[in-house]
Design a protein around this ligand. Structure first.
Ligand code: ADP
Ligand code: ADP
Length: 239
């Protein structure tokens, strides 16, 4: 059963710009799917549609069989728990410790009033440590986020996503601001998490070379349309 399913999804922005045009898509558990396309093609529009960071204007998106398009309130929060997000700019709380940042991955599991007091269970702290071990940053738990290098900060954001115990990791240009060596480390971590934990990865990259090195499947987007969708081995013929 697909973990992400798009049925005839379109997104038109209020100013008339077409972000996505009639996209159909099925992603199965455990896939490592890379979305590629030129700037302005619709890659981030697609990524943001998956966990409903913005609403689509036609069609339906299902996460693990549940429509996130139709979901309201508590149901929407429950669907979103399945989706860990990673951003180009890391989105960390700069002055907070690594541990605090990673624990915010648990936010979706608590009522808001509890969050105000920063109350986290022992189990959650254990999850945070385990996640930091996955990205080889267990020795940085008490460092302040802004003391770390860009690559380390991105790995903290991966640990934050893992702490959420997601089925899916959505990564919107996660390595766009990193140098090649750091990029490799971040991509290797994502690949290992995908392989060892079976978490589905949907990632948007500028580099076709990286897509071919790490992906199992490539989706090509142009002018909001899906123009290619296939296993990495066959992607050469399309370009
Ligand atoms: P990228 O190419 O990496 O997606 P952009 O520089 O195109 O980034 O967009 C940066 C931000 O500006 C995004 O939040 C995007 O939604 C917004 N944006 C992009 N194009 C437009 C537009 N035509 N009108 C208003 N906002 C836009
Ligand atoms: P990509 O991520 O591939 O660079 P985007 O998804 O950011 O592409 O943009 C796809 C199209 O939607 C572009 O034409 C862009 O200008 C437009 N767009 C993106 N965000 C906005 C926005 N907030 N308002 C209006 N148009 C937007």
């Amino acid at each position: 059963k697909p973990v992400i399913k798009f049925d005839n999804v379109s997104k038109t922005y209020p100013n008339g710009a077409k972000g996505l045009k009639d996209i159909n898509l099925e992603i199965m558990p455990g896939e490592f799917v890379v979305v590629v396309g030129l700037s302005g093609a619709g890659k981030s529009t697609l990524m943001r549609a998956v966990n409903r960071l913005h609403d689509i204007t036609a069609g339906d998106i299902q996460i693990d069989g549940q429509s996130i398009t139709q979901a309201k309130g508590k149901q929407l929060l429950e669907i979103r728990r399945n989706i860990g997000m990673i951003f180009q700019n890391f989105n960390l709380v700069k002055r907070a410790t690594v541990l605090k940042n990673v624990l915010t991955g648990r936010v979706g599991y608590y009522p808001t009033w509890k969050m105000v007091f920063g109350l986290f269970s022992k189990g959650d702290k254990q999850r945070a440590y385990n996640a930091l071990q996955q990205v080889e940053l267990a020795d940085k738990v008490y460092a302040r986020a802004d003391e770390l290098s860009g690559g380390q900060q991105q790995r903290v954001s991966i640990a934050r996503a893992l702490t959420q115990e997601p089925k899916i990791i959505l990564a919107d240009e996660p390595v766009a601001s990193l140098d090649p060596q750091t990029t490799k480390h971040v991509m290797d971590d994502l690949k290992r998490i995908n392989q060892e934990l079976g978490i589905t990865v949907l990632i948007n990259l500028h580099s076709v070379e990286l897509a071919q090195t790490y992906g199992t499947r490539i989706i090509g987007i142009r002018d909001g349309e899906k123009v290619f969708d296939g296993p990495v081995a066959s992607a050469d013929e399309a370009t």
